[in-house]
Design a binder for this molecule. Structure first.
Ligand SMILES: [Zn+2]
Ligand SMILES: [Zn+2]
Ligand SMILES: [Zn+2]
Length: 255
């Protein structure tokens, strides 16, 4: 199966540069230090699967070379992963159909609050429509594509990562239960969050992410959901087979 993955964004919740910050990273001229909120678009089996829809979605989709998303998988309900749902309106209007959203029940509850106008009985003309499918830890299919959810913990909040073929995307992870590591064997590509160097209550630090990536043992690991505290892209040293992702990076994976 041929799969193409584009990093739409690789930044933490405030993005990089941070508004009104004058640090070395925020002032960097390196394009790889400009990080929109984290999201990926995966082109596989003639569909285009978006993972998360953050507040930068409009500008991310305007610059992506891949076909426009045909569905979205939600990792969790934090604002930096959901706030861009309204930006799917042009696709909803062009396709004249509700946009397919795969999310856990607790995430759906938050989406119904956050986008109450999209779920209202009497909707304002032009409001978006979403077709929600409830997922849990069991594998599911988006058309013919098998998706294996991975349960992880974002502090005390349960989140889902997703494995598609031999790639896996896990963001906003702080701990990963041993049992879930079994689902991550023989990966070609692992994408994992690495916030900064200092410990955080709900995110992996870079050294914790490196250790977890070594345990999982994918052929190649990319780190995402990066804060300005991690340092400039070019200055971060990593073990062989591991690299920082950056916005616009495109991976071609053949199985
Ligand atoms: Zn986040
Ligand atoms: Zn900064
Ligand atoms: Zn989060």
């Amino acid at each position: 199966m041929a799969l193409v993955l584009n990093f739409l964004g690789t930044g933490t919740s405030q993005g990089v540069p941070v508004i009104n910050c004058c640090c070395d990273v925020c002032k960097s001229k390196d394009a790889r230090d400009k990080r929109l909120r984290s999201s990926v678009l995966i082109s596989v089996d003639k569909q285009s699967i978006l993972i998360d829809a953050g507040p930068d979605l409009r500008s991310q989709l305007l610059r992506t070379p891949l076909p426009m998303p045909t569905s979205v998988l939600m990792t969790h309900a934090h604002q930096d992963h959901t706030a861009g749902m309204d930006d799917l309106r042009p696709l909803i209007h062009q396709n004249k159909s509700a946009f397919p959203v795969y999310a856990e029940a607790n995430v759906q509850e938050r989406l119904r609050q956050q986008f109450s106008y999209a779920f209202a009985e009497k909707k304002y003309p032009g409001a978006p429509s979403f077709a929600l499918t409830t997922i849990n830890e069991s594998p599911f299919f988006v058309n013919q594509t098998k998706i294996t959810p991975i349960r992880a913990w974002h502090g005390s909040l349960p989140v889902l990562g997703f494995r598609i073929s031999d790639i896996a995307y896990l963001t906003d992870v702080h701990t990963l239960p041993e049992s879930e590591k079994q689902k991550l064997k023989n990966l070609d590509v692992l994408i994992l969050n690495a916030l900064r160097h200092k410990p955080h209550h709900s995110h992996l630090t870079l050294s914790e992410a490196i250790q977890l990536a070594k345990d999982i043992g994918a052929k190649k690991t990319y780190f995402t959901h990066i804060s300005h505290h991690l340092g400039r892209h070019e200055s971060v040293q990593l073990p062989q087979g591991m690299t920082l992702a950056y916005d616009g990076l495109t991976l071609y994976v053949n199985n």
